[in-house]
Design a protein around this ligand. Structure first.
Ligand code: GLT
Ligand code: MN
Ligand code: MN
Length: 393
């Protein structure tokens, strides 16, 4: 079926090999789906209208593969990419599956593990570059603790910083066209993960040697797990010029990491996130870091993939309607000019410090009783938004 919500490569939708390839294993049950070979994933995603596919090193190349085996796998994968035109915009390292990383990778208490994590990442960066990736994601799922008796959080942050600095210098020395995107998560698989939110990550970036190379990869579910509004984290990342990548998915509050289909749980939250990205004309990849329900067979996986992209495009169209809706826009214009606009529906001028401005402010009188009495009409605004989202407007 082709309609206004049919995804096309120019929409820049991407999936991970690990997302559509997720076999449905969970802590209580074995995989329910057979692994889908990477080349088949590439062909299916291209058919569905995606732009690209992302990967961890070991999603493609098993960690015990000999060099010749690695080269054969990469050759076959590249052939599938060339046949379909699918891109690999982002790559990352699996620094969490191997039991060697049980106490973390860059922040393990064992110096050998910290060095091995760097070695593994160097090889994975090379692989990403070979496949054309210019974005590299760091999700430190094992970087944390179950007990604070085990690790000094300040030493751990120091090791983390050394690792990212080392890797930035490697990319620079190799003259790779590559930037890093850091992804936060509050917990799972560790009891507590270091740098648990996008805001923590943002502050950490400015302590690095090359902050200009490093940005953020916020994930909807991870901010929700921390009890936060993801669109606010994304807005702050945009404001700082640090939104390098995004992981779109869905999550119920107070649950384990569910990685649900984007928009399937909190469509209103998803709407405001899409609106934010589209209003900002953000040029990055719309990556879906989620997977099909464990109940699904392979057909269900492809339903999940096209559903993710379709929902995004539907919400994008709803955002356009929101921006064009006369009643909603009238309410917003009133808010913009409330308390003294700059003429027409222009907002008031910014208050910028000067000695004169400070003196004028000190002398100003405010009609506080009137200010205290006024309402903001947000109930009406939200109801109009809901009616638009629910399809009756
Ligand atoms: C893992 C995790 C994701 C990360 C991936 C990148 S791996 O699936 O749950 O949030 O983005 O390492
Ligand atoms: Mn997740
Ligand atoms: Mn993610």
């Amino acid at each position: 079926m082709q309609d206004a919500y049919t995804p096309r490569p120019e929409h820049h939708f991407t999936f991970g090999l690990w997302t559509v390839g997720n076999p449905g294993r969970d802590p209580f049950g074995e995989p329910v789906r057979a692994p889908i070979p990477p080349a088949r994933i590439v062909h299916k995603l291209a058919e569905l209208g995606a732009y690209g596919v992302n990967l961890h090193d070991n999603d493609l190349v098993p960690s015990d593969a000999a060099a010749s085996e690695r080269d054969r796998i990469v050759r076959d994968f590249t052939a599938a990419l060339q046949a379909t035109g699918l891109q690999v915009p982002m790559a990352t390292t699996n620094l969490f599956s191997d039991p060697a990383f049980r106490d973390g990778a860059f922040t393990s208490n064992d110096a050998r593990v910290r060095a091995y994590a760097l070695q593994k990442t160097l090889a994975a960066i090379d692989l990403g570059v070979e496949l054309g990736a210019s974005m590299y994601v760091f999700w430190g799922g094992r970087e944390g603790v179950e007990t604070n008796a085990a690790k000094d959080a300040r030493s751990a942050l120091g090791w983390y910083r050394d690792a990212i600095n080392f890797l930035c210098d490697y990319v620079r020395a190799q003259r790779y066209d590559m930037r890093f995107a850091l992804e936060a998560k509050p917990n799972e698989p560790r009891g507590d993960i270091f740098l648990p939110t996008t805001g923590h990550m943002l502050a950490f970036i400015y302590t690095l040697d090359h902050p200009e190379m490093v940005g953020l990869n916020p994930e909807v579910a991870h901010e929700q797990m921390a009890g936060l509004d993801c669109s606010h984290a994304v807005a702050q990342a945009l404001d700082a010029g640090k939104l390098f990548h995004i992981d779109l998915n869905g999550q119920k509050l107070g649950r384990f990491d569910q990685d649900l289909r984007f928009g399937s749980d909190d469509p209103k939250g998803a709407f405001f996130l899409v609106k934010l990205l589209e209003d900002a004309r953000w040029p990055g990849m719309r990556h879906f870091d989620s997977h099909a329900y464990r109940t699904e067979d392979e057909d269900g996986v492809w339903d999940f993939a096209s559903g993710s992209m379709r929902t995004y495009l539907i919400l994008k169209e709803r955002a356009e309607r929101f921006n064009a809706d006369p009643e909603i826009q009238q309410l917003l214009a009133e808010l913009r000019t409330r308390g003294g606009g700059g003429g027409g529906d222009k907002p008031a001028e910014r208050i910028v410090f000067s000695a004169e401005r400070a003196r004028a402010l000190q002398a100003e009188t405010f009609d506080l009783p009137a200010i205290r009495r006024q309402g903001y009409a947000y109930e009406r605004l939200d109801q109009l938004t809901m009616e638009l989202l629910l399809g009756v407007r």
